[in-house]
Design a protein around this ligand. Structure first.
Ligand code: ATP
Ligand code: MG
Length: 561
């Protein structure tokens, strides 16, 4: 009993509903969900939350989740998006049962609409969309009936056919369900269910001139496919009664209570410092404000992938935020924390110097090269080791040297000792400066008795610095990314979202050095540049020109700003 209670607690509220429905034998004990993207853009992290729910719940309780393209608006849809959506779902690690398209049901939906017309439950309205909107009323005030509401059934049938023949211009007529202009639920006030769109459809070509609205396609598609749990986000709560209404009509009273889909809603993901609306994301791409849908600053799944996120990190984040019935704004820092936690386990450790200055070990023999052993991943011994070469001249980070350092400075400063990672303890002896004060070279002496791994080499020094050998490294370009927007909630801001972009969201460092080993592991996806952060090879990286993207820094630096 106790464990049953515990188990229940660890389930989210939708999983609890599913468990109960299965236990009660609803839908003959079947569980079928669907993920219903509109192929009018790339998937983003918000969709990942829906995917983890739709596919996750089916997987967990022995059901099936199908992929349905909600392709009812040819104006914005494209097969490019269809392919990208499939790739992203697979990358996240989910498998769909079957692939469906809402456009497969255009004939059935048309027939259903004709039936409603014949039963006096739908009519053709010739008013403009503005006029129709004006007559809607308010939640507390009944709407006004359209002057076309009571036109004869025969006329409605003829006009509906003409709407679909191409002779009626777009916007001149719509088909509305005749329900109740005084209903407190605004969605019942004679909703538009079909409109004319004169645009080729990516699957049905020019077969149709009329296309069903969301409310007249979604629930019916669920019903045709045998969906049991139709899970969506909270903004569809007010649509639910209409969803049920059309299914009741469709079923014509047959076994009314069982074998029908039910809609359940959870809170959508809103994330700070970014936007999730496809319209805005598309604008960023089209106006070249970012480098495509997979720009590493984009909240898209492909953007996160190119940024170096693992699918596990994305799923971990979705787990962390959970599912509730209340809308919230989640902190971008949480997404980054999920990435750090996950990448710490899987990242290959390497050395890279992003802002180099020369370090010369004056007492190290010229021409001598040593092979040092570096751990691939201290979190997982099984990942083994690799070799990093050490010599007299190294590159170190400019930030790791200070000529006149304060007392508690544990990096390189004249007179002080530090350990060079995987190598020796060195004592800084000075530096060479240009006329303008720029440090040109830093000098030090090494202690041959302190080689890492050597018996008794563990003399205490406070700082450990990374380095690469000047003769044994590769030049590289490193791209540092930051938040795409400079305000916390761009969607709530009155200004145009373009004005809110963070101008410093991309910093390109073209003068970096990385250890040679990186040339051997160019298909490794998850890297940690030691002491700096997590990185990945950019898709543009080649053997001759290595390019890296920073996934996330080792610590949250934004919090301090
Ligand atoms: P648009 O931005 O054009 O409104 P959309 O983001 O709603 O589109 P769809 O393709 O219609 O995109 O969404 C597919 C599914 O993903 C829907 O079930 C929707 O509820 C869900 N979804 C979309 N955005 C989010 C989000 N931010 N959080 C959680 N689920 C989401
Ligand atoms: Mg939508």
């Amino acid at each position: 009993m106790e464990t049953e209670e515990k188990e229940k607690k660890s389930l989210n509220f939708i999983e609890q509903i599913v468990v109960k429905d299965l236990k009660d034998g609803k839908n003959d004990g079947r569980l079928q969900t669907r993920f219903p993207p509109e192929p009018n853009g790339y998937l983003h992290i918000g969709h990942a939350k829906a995917i983890c729910m739709d596919f996750g719940v089916a997987e967990k309780f022995g059901g099936v989740c199908n992929l349905r393209f909600d392709d009812t608006n040819p104006q914005k849809e494209d097969t490019e998006y269809v392919e990208a959506i499939k790739e992203d779902i697979q990358w996240l690690g989910f498998k769909w049962g079957r692939i469906y398209h809402a456009s497969d049901y255009f004939q059935q939906l048309y027939d259903f609409a004709v039936r409603l017309i014949k039963e006096g439950k739908a009519y053709i309205d010739e008013q403009t969309s503005e006029e129709i909107a004006q007559q809607k009323g308010t939640p507390t005030q009944a709407g006004t009936e359209s002057p076309y509401r009571n036109r004869p059934i025969e006329e409605n049938l003829q006009l509906f056919e003409r709407m679909n023949s191409g002779e009626v211009p777009e916007g001149a007529m719509v088909l509305r369900a005749k329900i109740d202009m005084a209903n407190p639920n605004m969605h019942f006030r004679d909703p538009i269910i079909y409109r004319i769109i004169n645009k080729e459809h990516h699957r049905t070509g020019d077969r149709w001139k009329i296309y069903p609205m969301y409310d007249f396609a979604h629930g019916q598609s669920d019903y045709f496919e045998g969906v049991t749990h139709s899970i969506c986000t909270l903004e569809f709560v007010p649509h639910r009664p209409l969803y049920d209404y059309f299914i009741d009509e469709l079923k014509e009273g047959r076994d009314l209570d069982d074998h029908r889909p039910h809609q359940f809603e959870f809170n959508r993901l809103n994330l700070t410092y970014t936007v999730m609306s496809k319209r805005k994301l598309l604008a960023l791409v089209q106006e070249k404000l970012v480098d495509g849908w997979d720009d590493p600053r984009m909240p898209t799944i492909c953007g996160l992938r190119r940024r170096g996120y693992s699918p596990e990190a994305v799923r971990k984040f979705v787990d962390m935020i959970g599912y509730t019935k209340f809308d919230a704004l989640n902190d971008y820092a949480m997404l980054e924390a999920a990435a750090r936690e996950d990448l710490n386990q899987r990242a290959q450790r390497v050395s890279a110097v992003l802002n180099p200055v020369k370090l010369i070990i004056t007492n190290y023999p010229e021409g001598q090269v040593e092979e040092m052993v570096a751990l691939n991943n201290p979190e997982n011994e099984a990942d083994g080791t690799h070799i990093i070469r050490f010599s007299r001249e190294l590159w170190m980070e400019r930030e790791d040297f200070m000529e006149n350092a304060p007392k508690k400075y544990f990096r390189m400063t004249p007179g002080g000792e530090v350990r060079l990672k995987n190598a020796y303890i060195v004592k800084c002896t000075g530096c060479k400066k240009a006329a303008d004060g720029t440090i040109e070279e830093v000098y030090c002496e090494y202690d041959p008795q302190t080689k890492t791994g050597m018996e008794g080499a563990n003399r205490k020094v406070k700082g450990t610095l990374h380095w690469v050998s000047a003769d044994h490294c590769l030049p590289a370009e490193v791209r540092l990314y930051d938040r795409l927007f400079e305000v916390e909630n761009p969607s709530a801001d009155e200004r145009d979202f373009r004005e809110l972009l963070n101008k410093d969201s991309l910093q390109v460092l073209s003068n970096c050095y990385v250890e040679e080993y990186l040339a051997d592991i160019q298909d490794c996806k998850y890297l940690q540049f030691q002491r700096i952060g997590y990185f990945t090879f950019d898709k543009s990286s080649t053997a001759g020109h290595l390019v890296f993207n920073r996934t996330v820094g080792l610590r949250d630096s934004w919090a301090k700003k």
